[in-house]
Ligand binder design. Structure first.
Ligand SMILES: Cc1cc2nc3c(=O)[nH]c(=O)nc-3n(C[C@H](O)[C@H](O)[C@H](O)COP(=O)(O)OP(=O)(O)OC[C@H]3O[C@@H](n4cnc5c(N)ncnc54)[C@H](O)[C@@H]3O)c2cc1C
Length: 381
Protein backbone atom coordinates (compact mmCIF):
# COMPACT_ATOMS: atom_id res chain seq x y z
CA UNK A 1 0.00 0.00 0.00
CA UNK A 2 2.89 2.37 0.69
CA UNK A 3 5.12 1.09 -2.08
CA UNK A 4 5.96 4.60 -3.23
CA UNK A 5 7.06 5.70 0.24
CA UNK A 6 10.59 5.80 1.53
CA UNK A 7 11.52 5.71 5.21
CA UNK A 8 14.35 7.69 6.72
CA UNK A 9 16.50 7.52 9.80
CA UNK A 10 14.65 10.32 11.58
CA UNK A 11 11.38 8.43 11.43
CA UNK A 12 10.06 10.56 8.61
CA UNK A 13 8.71 8.89 5.56
CA UNK A 14 8.84 10.84 2.35
CA UNK A 15 5.94 10.02 0.09
CA UNK A 16 7.25 10.04 -3.42
CA UNK A 17 3.80 10.19 -4.96
CA UNK A 18 3.04 13.64 -3.63
CA UNK A 19 4.63 15.32 -6.62
CA UNK A 20 4.38 19.07 -6.38
CA UNK A 21 3.91 19.01 -2.63
CA UNK A 22 6.55 19.85 -0.08
CA UNK A 23 7.97 16.35 -0.35
CA UNK A 24 10.78 16.79 2.14
CA UNK A 25 8.39 17.91 4.78
CA UNK A 26 5.89 15.04 4.43
CA UNK A 27 5.82 12.86 7.50
CA UNK A 28 3.90 9.66 7.90
CA UNK A 29 2.17 8.40 11.05
CA UNK A 30 -0.70 6.10 11.83
CA UNK A 31 -2.87 8.65 13.61
CA UNK A 32 -2.90 12.43 13.65
CA UNK A 33 -4.64 14.05 16.60
CA UNK A 34 -5.64 17.66 16.01
CA UNK A 35 -5.98 19.64 19.23
CA UNK A 36 -4.39 19.26 22.67
CA UNK A 37 -7.31 20.17 24.90
CA UNK A 38 -9.05 17.66 27.16
CA UNK A 39 -10.26 15.68 24.13
CA UNK A 40 -6.93 15.55 22.32
CA UNK A 41 -4.88 14.70 25.42
CA UNK A 42 -7.32 11.98 26.47
CA UNK A 43 -7.07 10.51 22.97
CA UNK A 44 -3.27 10.73 22.99
CA UNK A 45 -3.15 9.02 26.38
CA UNK A 46 -5.23 6.11 25.10
CA UNK A 47 -3.16 5.88 21.92
CA UNK A 48 -0.04 5.52 24.07
CA UNK A 49 -1.69 2.89 26.22
CA UNK A 50 -2.64 1.02 23.06
CA UNK A 51 1.00 0.90 22.03
CA UNK A 52 1.19 3.75 19.52
CA UNK A 53 4.55 5.54 19.82
CA UNK A 54 4.67 9.33 19.84
CA UNK A 55 6.07 10.79 16.60
CA UNK A 56 5.92 7.48 14.73
CA UNK A 57 2.55 6.00 15.67
CA UNK A 58 0.77 9.25 16.39
CA UNK A 59 1.31 12.95 16.57
CA UNK A 60 -0.65 15.68 18.35
CA UNK A 61 -0.81 19.07 16.60
CA UNK A 62 -2.08 22.21 18.29
CA UNK A 63 -2.09 25.80 17.11
CA UNK A 64 -2.24 27.47 20.51
CA UNK A 65 0.95 28.81 22.05
CA UNK A 66 0.97 26.66 25.20
CA UNK A 67 -0.65 23.74 27.03
CA UNK A 68 -4.20 24.07 28.36
CA UNK A 69 -6.46 23.85 25.30
CA UNK A 70 -9.09 26.57 25.39
CA UNK A 71 -8.63 26.94 29.13
CA UNK A 72 -5.45 28.97 28.56
CA UNK A 73 -7.59 31.75 27.05
CA UNK A 74 -10.33 31.93 29.68
CA UNK A 75 -10.71 35.11 31.65
CA UNK A 76 -8.83 35.56 34.93
CA UNK A 77 -12.00 35.91 37.03
CA UNK A 78 -13.07 32.38 35.99
CA UNK A 79 -11.35 30.86 38.98
CA UNK A 80 -10.90 27.15 39.37
CA UNK A 81 -13.57 27.21 42.09
CA UNK A 82 -16.11 28.61 39.61
CA UNK A 83 -15.86 25.95 36.88
CA UNK A 84 -18.79 23.55 36.80
CA UNK A 85 -16.91 20.38 37.33
CA UNK A 86 -13.61 19.72 35.70
CA UNK A 87 -12.92 16.03 35.33
CA UNK A 88 -9.28 15.05 35.56
CA UNK A 89 -7.64 13.59 32.49
CA UNK A 90 -7.29 9.80 32.48
CA UNK A 91 -4.45 8.51 34.62
CA UNK A 92 -3.55 11.66 36.57
CA UNK A 93 -5.56 13.39 39.26
CA UNK A 94 -5.79 17.15 39.59
CA UNK A 95 -5.45 17.34 43.34
CA UNK A 96 -5.06 20.26 45.70
CA UNK A 97 -5.80 22.94 43.12
CA UNK A 98 -6.43 26.29 44.78
CA UNK A 99 -10.05 27.25 44.01
CA UNK A 100 -9.13 30.95 44.17
CA UNK A 101 -6.60 30.71 41.33
CA UNK A 102 -7.55 31.38 37.72
CA UNK A 103 -8.65 28.17 35.99
CA UNK A 104 -6.52 29.23 33.00
CA UNK A 105 -3.40 28.88 35.16
CA UNK A 106 -4.43 25.80 37.12
CA UNK A 107 -5.47 23.79 34.09
CA UNK A 108 -2.64 24.92 31.82
CA UNK A 109 -0.12 23.83 34.44
CA UNK A 110 -1.92 20.52 34.91
CA UNK A 111 -2.02 19.85 31.15
CA UNK A 112 1.66 20.74 30.87
CA UNK A 113 2.47 18.23 33.61
CA UNK A 114 0.27 15.64 31.94
CA UNK A 115 1.92 16.03 28.54
CA UNK A 116 5.33 15.69 30.15
CA UNK A 117 4.46 12.71 32.36
CA UNK A 118 2.98 10.70 29.51
CA UNK A 119 5.51 11.97 26.97
CA UNK A 120 2.83 13.06 24.51
CA UNK A 121 5.16 15.43 22.56
CA UNK A 122 2.51 17.89 21.45
CA UNK A 123 3.73 19.97 18.52
CA UNK A 124 2.82 23.63 18.81
CA UNK A 125 2.08 26.07 17.49
CA UNK A 126 1.03 24.07 14.44
CA UNK A 127 -2.13 25.13 12.66
CA UNK A 128 -3.97 22.45 10.72
CA UNK A 129 -5.28 24.16 7.63
CA UNK A 130 -6.92 21.31 5.72
CA UNK A 131 -7.43 17.57 5.82
CA UNK A 132 -7.98 15.96 2.46
CA UNK A 133 -7.83 12.60 0.75
CA UNK A 134 -4.20 11.56 0.36
CA UNK A 135 -2.75 8.75 -1.65
CA UNK A 136 -3.13 5.03 -1.01
CA UNK A 137 -6.18 5.42 1.20
CA UNK A 138 -4.36 7.74 3.58
CA UNK A 139 -5.34 11.17 4.79
CA UNK A 140 -3.28 14.22 3.98
CA UNK A 141 -3.09 16.73 6.85
CA UNK A 142 -1.83 20.13 5.70
CA UNK A 143 -0.40 22.35 8.41
CA UNK A 144 1.53 25.56 8.95
CA UNK A 145 4.54 23.31 9.57
CA UNK A 146 4.40 20.94 6.62
CA UNK A 147 2.22 17.98 5.79
CA UNK A 148 1.41 14.75 7.55
CA UNK A 149 0.06 11.56 6.07
CA UNK A 150 -2.08 9.40 8.35
CA UNK A 151 -4.26 6.32 8.30
CA UNK A 152 -6.71 7.77 10.80
CA UNK A 153 -7.48 11.13 12.32
CA UNK A 154 -8.82 12.24 15.68
CA UNK A 155 -10.28 15.70 15.44
CA UNK A 156 -10.29 17.32 18.88
CA UNK A 157 -10.41 20.98 17.96
CA UNK A 158 -13.18 22.05 20.33
CA UNK A 159 -15.25 25.15 19.72
CA UNK A 160 -13.29 28.03 21.23
CA UNK A 161 -11.87 29.09 17.88
CA UNK A 162 -15.32 29.63 16.43
CA UNK A 163 -17.27 32.11 18.55
CA UNK A 164 -20.81 32.46 17.25
CA UNK A 165 -22.12 35.99 16.61
CA UNK A 166 -25.76 36.04 15.53
CA UNK A 167 -26.65 38.72 13.01
CA UNK A 168 -29.03 41.49 13.99
CA UNK A 169 -29.84 44.51 11.85
CA UNK A 170 -27.82 47.60 12.65
CA UNK A 171 -24.90 45.76 14.22
CA UNK A 172 -22.35 47.68 12.18
CA UNK A 173 -23.93 51.04 13.14
CA UNK A 174 -23.34 50.63 16.90
CA UNK A 175 -20.96 53.30 18.21
CA UNK A 176 -20.03 51.45 21.38
CA UNK A 177 -17.96 48.32 21.87
CA UNK A 178 -19.06 44.80 20.94
CA UNK A 179 -17.29 41.75 22.16
CA UNK A 180 -17.85 38.03 22.51
CA UNK A 181 -17.34 35.76 25.53
CA UNK A 182 -14.19 34.54 23.77
CA UNK A 183 -12.63 37.96 24.49
CA UNK A 184 -14.28 38.66 27.85
CA UNK A 185 -11.66 40.54 29.85
CA UNK A 186 -13.22 40.26 33.35
CA UNK A 187 -15.70 42.59 35.06
CA UNK A 188 -13.47 45.59 35.86
CA UNK A 189 -13.31 46.50 32.17
CA UNK A 190 -17.03 47.44 32.31
CA UNK A 191 -16.81 49.90 35.21
CA UNK A 192 -19.31 52.73 34.82
CA UNK A 193 -20.64 51.40 31.50
CA UNK A 194 -24.09 50.42 30.33
CA UNK A 195 -23.82 46.82 29.22
CA UNK A 196 -26.26 44.66 27.25
CA UNK A 197 -25.49 40.95 27.67
CA UNK A 198 -26.95 38.67 24.99
CA UNK A 199 -27.34 34.96 25.66
CA UNK A 200 -29.07 32.61 28.07
CA UNK A 201 -26.29 30.12 28.81
CA UNK A 202 -23.87 29.69 31.67
CA UNK A 203 -21.45 32.29 30.30
CA UNK A 204 -24.15 34.97 29.95
CA UNK A 205 -25.36 34.58 33.52
CA UNK A 206 -21.81 34.46 34.90
CA UNK A 207 -20.87 37.63 33.01
CA UNK A 208 -23.96 39.47 34.33
CA UNK A 209 -23.41 38.47 37.93
CA UNK A 210 -19.79 39.59 37.73
CA UNK A 211 -20.32 42.81 35.78
CA UNK A 212 -23.38 44.15 37.65
CA UNK A 213 -21.45 45.47 40.69
CA UNK A 214 -19.12 47.47 38.40
CA UNK A 215 -21.39 48.58 35.56
CA UNK A 216 -23.65 51.67 35.47
CA UNK A 217 -26.45 49.39 34.20
CA UNK A 218 -26.88 45.89 32.83
CA UNK A 219 -29.60 44.47 30.57
CA UNK A 220 -30.01 40.78 29.87
CA UNK A 221 -31.58 39.61 26.64
CA UNK A 222 -32.08 36.03 25.47
CA UNK A 223 -33.80 34.49 22.47
CA UNK A 224 -35.66 31.91 24.50
CA UNK A 225 -36.75 32.24 28.13
CA UNK A 226 -33.96 30.73 30.23
CA UNK A 227 -34.70 27.42 31.89
CA UNK A 228 -33.49 27.08 35.47
CA UNK A 229 -32.95 23.65 36.87
CA UNK A 230 -34.06 23.03 40.44
CA UNK A 231 -32.45 20.38 42.57
CA UNK A 232 -29.33 18.31 42.04
CA UNK A 233 -28.27 17.31 38.59
CA UNK A 234 -27.84 13.59 39.00
CA UNK A 235 -26.17 11.12 36.71
CA UNK A 236 -29.44 10.03 35.16
CA UNK A 237 -30.31 13.59 34.17
CA UNK A 238 -26.80 13.96 32.76
CA UNK A 239 -27.17 10.83 30.67
CA UNK A 240 -30.54 11.99 29.36
CA UNK A 241 -29.05 15.35 28.33
CA UNK A 242 -26.11 13.71 26.58
CA UNK A 243 -28.50 11.33 24.79
CA UNK A 244 -30.40 14.30 23.36
CA UNK A 245 -27.25 15.82 21.87
CA UNK A 246 -26.11 12.38 20.69
CA UNK A 247 -29.33 11.91 18.77
CA UNK A 248 -28.76 15.21 16.97
CA UNK A 249 -25.28 14.29 15.76
CA UNK A 250 -26.48 10.83 14.75
CA UNK A 251 -28.94 12.58 12.46
CA UNK A 252 -26.27 14.89 11.07
CA UNK A 253 -27.70 18.01 12.74
CA UNK A 254 -25.40 20.64 14.20
CA UNK A 255 -24.75 19.62 17.81
CA UNK A 256 -26.09 21.76 20.64
CA UNK A 257 -24.02 22.17 23.76
CA UNK A 258 -24.80 19.77 26.58
CA UNK A 259 -25.46 22.77 28.86
CA UNK A 260 -28.09 24.06 26.42
CA UNK A 261 -30.17 20.97 27.05
CA UNK A 262 -29.55 20.67 30.79
CA UNK A 263 -30.71 24.18 31.73
CA UNK A 264 -29.02 26.53 34.20
CA UNK A 265 -28.38 25.22 37.70
CA UNK A 266 -30.30 27.25 40.26
CA UNK A 267 -27.36 27.87 42.59
CA UNK A 268 -27.06 30.56 45.29
CA UNK A 269 -25.46 33.13 42.98
CA UNK A 270 -28.25 32.71 40.40
CA UNK A 271 -30.92 32.89 43.10
CA UNK A 272 -29.43 36.17 44.32
CA UNK A 273 -29.26 37.48 40.75
CA UNK A 274 -32.91 36.63 40.22
CA UNK A 275 -33.92 38.21 43.52
CA UNK A 276 -32.04 41.48 43.01
CA UNK A 277 -33.06 41.89 39.37
CA UNK A 278 -29.65 41.38 37.72
CA UNK A 279 -31.09 38.30 36.02
CA UNK A 280 -34.27 40.02 34.92
CA UNK A 281 -34.38 38.66 31.39
CA UNK A 282 -35.87 40.47 28.40
CA UNK A 283 -36.71 38.93 25.05
CA UNK A 284 -34.35 39.48 22.13
CA UNK A 285 -34.27 43.01 20.72
CA UNK A 286 -35.26 43.68 17.13
CA UNK A 287 -32.35 45.84 16.04
CA UNK A 288 -29.15 47.55 17.11
CA UNK A 289 -29.00 51.32 16.89
CA UNK A 290 -25.93 53.59 17.09
CA UNK A 291 -26.68 54.17 20.80
CA UNK A 292 -28.05 50.86 22.00
CA UNK A 293 -30.72 48.31 21.19
CA UNK A 294 -34.39 48.59 20.23
CA UNK A 295 -37.36 46.22 20.50
CA UNK A 296 -40.21 45.84 18.00
CA UNK A 297 -42.57 47.90 20.18
CA UNK A 298 -40.19 50.87 20.10
CA UNK A 299 -38.69 50.42 23.57
CA UNK A 300 -34.98 51.21 23.69
CA UNK A 301 -32.06 50.67 26.00
CA UNK A 302 -28.95 52.82 25.69
CA UNK A 303 -25.67 50.90 25.77
CA UNK A 304 -21.93 51.44 25.72
CA UNK A 305 -21.18 47.75 25.30
CA UNK A 306 -22.93 44.74 23.78
CA UNK A 307 -21.46 41.53 25.14
CA UNK A 308 -22.36 38.51 23.01
CA UNK A 309 -22.46 35.42 25.22
CA UNK A 310 -23.91 33.50 22.32
CA UNK A 311 -21.78 30.42 22.34
CA UNK A 312 -19.45 28.67 19.99
CA UNK A 313 -19.60 26.32 17.04
CA UNK A 314 -17.42 23.27 16.34
CA UNK A 315 -14.11 24.33 14.76
CA UNK A 316 -14.18 21.85 11.87
CA UNK A 317 -13.58 24.09 8.84
CA UNK A 318 -10.29 22.31 8.07
CA UNK A 319 -12.27 19.09 7.45
CA UNK A 320 -14.28 20.71 4.63
CA UNK A 321 -12.32 19.04 1.77
CA UNK A 322 -13.54 15.65 3.08
CA UNK A 323 -17.17 16.72 2.54
CA UNK A 324 -18.44 15.19 5.76
CA UNK A 325 -21.15 17.75 6.32
CA UNK A 326 -24.75 16.62 5.91
CA UNK A 327 -27.53 18.73 4.38
CA UNK A 328 -28.70 19.30 8.00
CA UNK A 329 -25.49 21.28 8.60
CA UNK A 330 -23.70 18.88 10.96
CA UNK A 331 -21.41 15.90 10.60
CA UNK A 332 -23.15 12.56 11.16
CA UNK A 333 -21.35 10.82 13.95
CA UNK A 334 -21.92 7.35 15.39
CA UNK A 335 -20.10 7.09 18.71
CA UNK A 336 -17.09 9.19 17.76
CA UNK A 337 -16.78 7.97 14.15
CA UNK A 338 -17.84 10.08 11.18
CA UNK A 339 -20.43 7.97 9.41
CA UNK A 340 -19.19 9.13 6.00
CA UNK A 341 -15.55 8.23 6.69
CA UNK A 342 -14.54 5.67 9.34
CA UNK A 343 -10.97 7.03 9.42
CA UNK A 344 -12.22 10.24 11.03
CA UNK A 345 -13.17 10.50 14.68
CA UNK A 346 -14.61 13.55 16.38
CA UNK A 347 -13.80 13.76 20.06
CA UNK A 348 -15.13 16.63 22.17
CA UNK A 349 -17.84 17.10 19.55
CA UNK A 350 -21.54 17.25 20.44
CA UNK A 351 -22.30 14.79 23.24
CA UNK A 352 -18.63 14.54 24.22
CA UNK A 353 -18.12 18.33 24.53
CA UNK A 354 -17.49 18.24 28.26
CA UNK A 355 -14.44 17.23 30.23
CA UNK A 356 -15.97 13.88 31.22
CA UNK A 357 -17.40 13.31 27.75
CA UNK A 358 -14.04 14.07 26.13
CA UNK A 359 -12.32 11.55 28.41
CA UNK A 360 -14.70 8.77 27.45
CA UNK A 361 -14.75 9.67 23.79
CA UNK A 362 -10.95 9.61 23.59
CA UNK A 363 -10.95 6.03 24.80
CA UNK A 364 -13.78 5.02 22.46
CA UNK A 365 -12.11 6.62 19.43
CA UNK A 366 -8.83 4.79 20.08
CA UNK A 367 -10.66 1.48 20.52
CA UNK A 368 -12.36 2.00 17.16
CA UNK A 369 -9.18 3.11 15.41
CA UNK A 370 -7.28 0.07 16.65
CA UNK A 371 -9.97 -2.07 15.13
CA UNK A 372 -9.76 -0.11 11.91
CA UNK A 373 -6.00 -0.44 11.74
CA UNK A 374 -6.27 -4.10 12.81
CA UNK A 375 -3.92 -3.69 15.74
CA UNK A 376 -3.37 -6.34 18.33
CA UNK A 377 -4.85 -5.79 21.78
CA UNK A 378 -2.00 -4.59 24.05
CA UNK A 379 -0.96 -6.77 26.94
CA UNK A 380 -3.08 -6.10 30.01
CA UNK A 381 -1.65 -3.19 32.01
C1 LIG B 1 -16.34 29.37 29.43
C2 LIG B 1 -16.41 27.89 29.40
C3 LIG B 1 -16.38 27.16 30.59
C4 LIG B 1 -16.45 25.78 30.57
N1 LIG B 1 -16.45 25.11 31.74
C5 LIG B 1 -16.52 23.77 31.74
C6 LIG B 1 -16.51 23.02 32.97
O1 LIG B 1 -16.44 23.60 34.04
N2 LIG B 1 -16.59 21.67 32.92
C7 LIG B 1 -16.66 21.00 31.72
O2 LIG B 1 -16.73 19.76 31.71
N3 LIG B 1 -16.67 21.66 30.56
C8 LIG B 1 -16.61 23.03 30.53
N4 LIG B 1 -16.65 23.70 29.35
C9 LIG B 1 -16.69 22.97 28.12
C10 LIG B 1 -15.21 22.72 27.81
O3 LIG B 1 -14.78 23.62 26.87
C11 LIG B 1 -14.97 21.29 27.45
O4 LIG B 1 -15.38 20.48 28.47
C12 LIG B 1 -13.52 20.89 27.20
O5 LIG B 1 -12.61 21.60 28.00
C13 LIG B 1 -13.23 21.12 25.77
O6 LIG B 1 -12.09 20.38 25.48
P1 LIG B 1 -11.68 20.14 23.99
O7 LIG B 1 -10.41 19.39 24.04
O8 LIG B 1 -12.80 19.55 23.22
O9 LIG B 1 -11.48 21.61 23.37
P2 LIG B 1 -10.40 22.75 23.64
O10 LIG B 1 -10.00 22.85 25.04
O11 LIG B 1 -10.98 23.95 22.97
O12 LIG B 1 -9.12 22.28 22.82
C14 LIG B 1 -9.09 22.32 21.42
C15 LIG B 1 -7.65 22.52 21.00
O13 LIG B 1 -7.61 22.40 19.59
C16 LIG B 1 -6.71 23.37 19.08
N5 LIG B 1 -7.13 23.63 17.69
C17 LIG B 1 -8.33 24.06 17.24
N6 LIG B 1 -8.33 24.15 15.90
C18 LIG B 1 -7.08 23.77 15.49
C19 LIG B 1 -6.46 23.66 14.22
N7 LIG B 1 -7.10 23.92 13.07
N8 LIG B 1 -5.16 23.27 14.16
C20 LIG B 1 -4.48 22.98 15.31
N9 LIG B 1 -5.04 23.06 16.54
C21 LIG B 1 -6.32 23.46 16.62
C22 LIG B 1 -6.85 24.56 20.00
O14 LIG B 1 -5.65 25.32 20.00
C23 LIG B 1 -7.11 23.90 21.36
O15 LIG B 1 -5.92 23.76 22.11
C24 LIG B 1 -16.56 25.10 29.34
C25 LIG B 1 -16.60 25.81 28.14
C26 LIG B 1 -16.53 27.20 28.16
C27 LIG B 1 -16.61 27.98 26.86
Amino acid sequence: MHSASRGSADGKIHDLRTVGRNVNNMREVEVVVIGAGQAGLSSAHHLRRAGFEPDRGFVVLDHSPGPGGAWQFRWPSLTYGKVHGMHALPGMELDDADPARASSEVISEYFERYERTFDLRVRRPVDVRAVREGSGGRLLVETSDGDWSARALINATGTWDRPFWPRYPGRETFRGRQLHTARYPGPEAFAGQRVVVVGGGASGTQHLLEIAPYAAATTWVTRRPPVFREGPFDEEAGRAAVALVEERVRQGLPPRSVVSVTGLPLNDAIRRGLADGVLDRRPMFERITPDGVEWADGRRVAADVILWATGFRPAVGHLAPLRLREPGGGIRVEGTRAVADPRIHLVGYGPSASTIGANRAGRAAVRDIRRLLAREEPAAA
